[in-house]
Design a protein around this ligand. Sequence first.
Ligand code: ZN
Length: 92
Amino acid sequence: MNNDILAGDWKQFKGKMLEQWGKITGDELDVIAGRREQIVGKVQEHYGLGRDEAEVQVRTFEERYKTADADLKKMCGHCSTVHAPTAPCPPK
Ligand SMILES: [Zn+2]
């Protein structure tokens, strides 16, 4: 099991998490430091959710973030600039 799935870009994740789950504080996220299990635990605790529900929220968050991240970082094979693969190439 990879419990540090969020650890790579933790600083970026942290900012997004503060937006997503406003009840969780920055200090708490510092302690969590990307440990997935604890993130699920905090979401449960602060929002009074069941384990499964919190898990779904974290997974949805991860997937959205990862997709966005992958989109942003892709170097286009057509125009050699970095843009979302779903977006059209920028005009030259
Ligand atoms: Zn392009």
